[in-house]
Design a protein around this ligand. Structure first.
Ligand code: NDP
Length: 255
């Protein structure tokens, strides 16, 4: 029997990359997973199909984050999907994974107010209101896992605005960990380093080789490497970890 049998989970941004691998991993442990995504219906359907092929249970929920009404739309789809399959809207696990990125090589001088607002809206504001909305329907001993990034621990001017948005999600973990502890709910941040999310850049050997040098293991991570860490935090085994920053960067932050 899987470690998450009978649990329900929401994974935002689960149509591809780390989110997809996380959805698959949680489903493998027995959770019913809501596969959230922004616009790529086909990719989300593929995540659901991959989970079902392995005997798991999942359904897709579409909602663009970072726009007015985003969290409300997400929860309408989520609650409907849960109610149809379980008869309730109880949620056990929330993984805030979806995020907006910036173009590589964007100097601080070139960040526009629109870029900044978008990063904050998708990466910080949406997770905050997802957690706020979810907390009333989260079961006791539930789990919230916020995906941050190793860039909050190393100076990288080209990622300044993105890093600020990830710093915000770490604060969400810290403060909500204390707030929700009386109910046994844990809240943690997981910080990946460079992780193959299936985007075309990971097909270019020279670029992969250069990126690999950043990790102590001289590899880029597979999405499953991060998903395994998230899945552990979702289990009962991790009940004594809360408010933590979990470095899942393959030693990138060792310097
Ligand atoms: P991907 O870019 O591969 O996937 C992003 C996912 O988020 C997709 O499911 C996408 O949906 C969804 N998404 C993007 N924008 C929005 C939005 N505005 N509203 C709703 N959904 C949205 O992500 P990764 O797997 O690379 O990254 C996952 C997490 O890990 C992110 O939080 C990222 O910041 C973090 N991270 C990733 C690293 C890496 O090297 N990959 C390194 C450090 C941190 P759709 O398919 O519909 O567009």
């Amino acid at each position: 029997m899987g470690k998450l049998e009978g649990k329900t989970a929401l994974v935002t941004g689960a149509s591809r990359g780390i989110g997809r691998a996380t959805a698959q991993r949680l489903a493998e442990e027995g959770a019913l997973v809501a596969v959230h995504y922004a616009s790529n219906d086909e990719a989300a359907a593929e995540t659901v199909a991959l989970i079902e092929k392995d005997g798991g249970r999942a359904f897709a929920v579409r909602a663009e984050l970072g726009v007015p009404g985003d969290v409300h739309e997400l929860f309408l789809g989520l609650e409907q999907g849960l109610r149809e399959r379980t008869g309730t809207t109880t949620l056990d696990i929330v993984v805030n994974n979806a995020a907006a990125q910036t173009a590589a090589g964007l100097a601080p001088e070139d960040v526009t107010p629109e870029d900044f607002d978008r990063l904050m809206a998708v990466n910080a504001k949406a997770p905050f209101f997802i957690v706020q909305r979810a907390s009333s329907q989260l079961a006791d001993n539930g789990r919230i896992i916020n995906i941050s990034s190793g860039v909050t621990r190393v100076a990288n001017p080209e990622q300044l605005a993105y890093s600020m948005s990830k710093g915000a999600i770490e604060q969400l973990s810290l403060h909500m960990a204390r707030h929700l502890a009386p109910r046994g709910i844990t809240v943690n941040s997981v910080a990946p380093g460079i992780t193959d999310n299936g985007s075309p850049v990971f097909d270019v050997p020279e670029i992969v080789e250069a990126m690999s040098q950043l990790s102590a293991f001289k590899q880029v991570a597979k999405a499953q490497d991060v998903a395994n860490v998230v899945a552990f935090l979702a289990t009962e085994d991790a009940r004594w970890i809360t408010g933590a920053f979990i470095d899942a960067s393959g030693g990138t932050l060792l310097g």
